[in-house]
Write a new protein. Structure first.
Length: 326
């Protein structure tokens, strides 16, 4: 009886030992597999790091992450994810112009052409147009304008929910004819020309042509909906209404600009206009004097000849009476 119990214990003990040995062997095999797998991954990471270095990449980011306690694999994956993010953000910024001013021509240019007839003389229409500081009073898109000199000016324009700044420069300006300008801003550039054409003494046609190169999220998104064109058209009509109902004359800038430089100042232009008006007045006054002197001279000759005729007749009668008495 006792022998049977001893044998059973030995069999149970040998069975546990066998199970323990099998478990140890299994765990050992699994550890070897994990070590081999980790070695393969580490080798892949090394190859990828070398490939990055060979292609001009930098290991600074990976090394920094490893110094902070990240594993080589985690450091490399994190750096690759950052590079992918930067690449995507760069493409998004290049598409929407974020982060800096885009160059003219980076997007499709938007052309705006508007024509309006204003019931005022051409001089009046031109003079009112040159009053840039007053634009904010009757337009919706212009917040403020300040003239730096005869050529340069600073504009603050409403674009969507924000305000944009523009530096405008006049390239050519001829009084009562045309104004050509260009402007640059952080969110776009423009090239424009406004010309004035006399239809009748009291009717002027204004032609406005603008090339707009948008740069920026709101600008390019608005460009898709032609929002800038609608705003410009509305403000152009506001100018038409403002000038038509204006009840006073203004003194516009009458100088002349060629190639971005002032070739005739405002004062010089006014002096030339006054001199031309005086010459015209003198010519008209001289013609009137000539006509008046021609008509008056005939009457004087007749009056002078008539007394001379009467005197000669009386003298003859006296001579005849004297002869008879004799």
């Amino acid at each position: 009886m006792a022998g049977k119990v001893r044998d059973t214990d030995q069999e149970a003990s040998s069975g546990l030992d066998l199970l323990r040995e099998e478990l140890v062997d299994y765990l050992g095999a699994q550890m070897e597999h994990l070590v081999d797998k980790a070695g393969d991954k580490l080798g892949d990471v090394t190859d990828q790091l070398l490939d990055v270095a060979e292609n001009g990449g930098t290991l600074a980011g990976v090394g920094s992450r490893m110094l902070q306690g990240d594993s080589p694999l985690k450091a490399f994956v994190g750096q690759k994810a950052k590079g992918l993010k930067d690449n995507v953000m760069g493409k998004v910024k290049s598409l929407f112009g974020g982060g800096g001013g885009g160059k003219a021509g980076s997007t499709k240019v938007m052309n705006i052409v508007e024509v309006l007839d204003v019931g005022v003389p051409i001089r009046t229409a031109y003079n009112y147009w040159t009053q840039y500081e007053e634009f904010s009073g009757f337009t919706k898109g212009v917040r403020s304008v300040s003239k730096n000199d005869e050529v340069a000016s600073t504009w603050k324009v409403k674009v969507g929910p924000s305000t944009r700044g523009w530096k405008a420069s006049v390239e050519e300006q001829v009084a009562d004819e045309r104004i050509v300008w260009s402007s640059e801003g952080a969110k776009g550039t423009t090239h424009g020309c406004v010309s004035f054409h006399e239809l009748t003494p009291d009717l002027t046609r204004i032609v406005l042509v603008v090339e707009y190169y948008p740069s920026g999220f709101f600008e390019k998104t608005g460009n898709l909906w032609r929002a800038q064109g609608r705003r410009l058209r509305l403000d152009f009509k506001n100018f038409q209404r403002y000038v038509t109902f204006a009840d006073e004359e203004v003194e516009g800038w009458r100088g002349e600009i060629r190639d971005g430089e002032v070739v005739r100042s405002h004062e010089e232009a006014l002096e030339e206009e006054e001199a031309a008006e005086e010459d015209e007045d003198q010519e008209e006054y001289g013609e009137e004097d000539d006509e008046a002197s021609g008509e008056g001279g005939g009457e004087e000759e007749y009056e002078e000849e008539e007394p001379e005729g009467e005197y000669d007749e009386e003298a003859d009668e006296e001579e005849e009476a004297d002869e008879k008495e004799r």
